[in-house]
Design a protein around this ligand. Structure first.
Ligand code: SAM
Length: 234
């Protein structure tokens, strides 16, 4: 069965999966495939690959979310990865799913409605703009982001959203080189590399998490105007 490896990984990691979690994820998968026929939401279209490369890969961040964390933001969430999976796993969290692409956010709003999620907000915006909005800036316990940009650029998108004392959990395929080129961005934006965690899985290869804690406020000039973090990374 497609979800067996997902369940096995969760069990090995001590993450509790209920029948409701599985039912919600099955509905998510079904809707994702249906919407994907009209809009390009994901390049992964085999149900088994969705269980592995999307759902299980999203699950890898779950244990790194501190127990006392409540407010989570997923930046460049696309079709809801990893943020929507994390919300389904723990409905107690307040998850903000943010992406620049309108169709993806439309899909997320649809999912929030049909999954009857009470604590989820889906918002269309760019990190460079929303990061200056006082209702969002430095107000999240945890930020997540997968497959959005190289680390020096990503840090400028993400760290402005994280509270001092909060963390950014970056999912990276091979992040070591990116860490080396990120020293300036980390220092400038108020971060500190706390930990690197290698994902232990025979299915998800070469995956790691980079945990960056926010140790001081981000200067107000960051993020810079749209496009600059990517064009001229710190
Ligand atoms: N996180 C999802 C995943 O892992 O499947 C989506 C990854 S997709 C390759 C990158 C996403 O980041 C796109 O949906 C894009 O719209 C979004 N994105 C890129 N730059 C962004 C920015 N500056 N602000 C907000 N979203 C951005």
């Amino acid at each position: 069965m497609d979800m067996e490896e997902f369940k096995k990984y969760a069990e090995k990691e001590g993450i509790k999966i209920t029948d409701k979690t599985i039912a919600d994820l099955e509905l998510y998968l079904k809707e994702l495939l249906e919407w994907n026929e009209k809009f390009n939401l994901t390049g992964i279209t085999e149900p088994q690959d969705i269980w592995h490369k999307h759902f299980m890969d999203s699950l890898t961040v779950f244990k790194s979310i501190p127990e006392k964390a409540i407010k989570i933001i997923d930046i460049g969430t696309g079709a809801g990865l990893p943020g929507l999976v994390i919300q389904i796993l723990n409905p107690r969290l307040h998850v903000t799913l943010m992406d620049a692409t309108g169709k993806k956010v439309e899909f997320l709003k649809h999912m929030v409605k049909i999954l009857e999620l009470k604590n989820t907000i889906a918002i269309q915006n760019r990190a460079e703009i929303l990061g200056h909005n006082p209702s969002y800036r430095e107000s999240f316990d945890v930020a997540l982001s997968r497959a959005v940009a190289l680390l020096p650029t990503l840090l400028e998108y993400v760290l402005p959203f994280v509270k001092v004392g909060g963390i950014f959990i970056a999912q990276k395929k091979d992040g070591l080189e990116e860490i080396e080129t990120s020293a300036e961005a980390i220092k400038t934006l108020g971060g500190n590399i706390k930990e690197k965690i290698k994902i232990d899985s025979e299915i998800l290869l070469e995956r790691q998490l980079i945990l960056i804690e926010k140790i001081k406020g981000t200067p107000k000039e960051y993020p810079r105007a749209e496009g600059l973090a990517k064009k001229r990374p710190l």
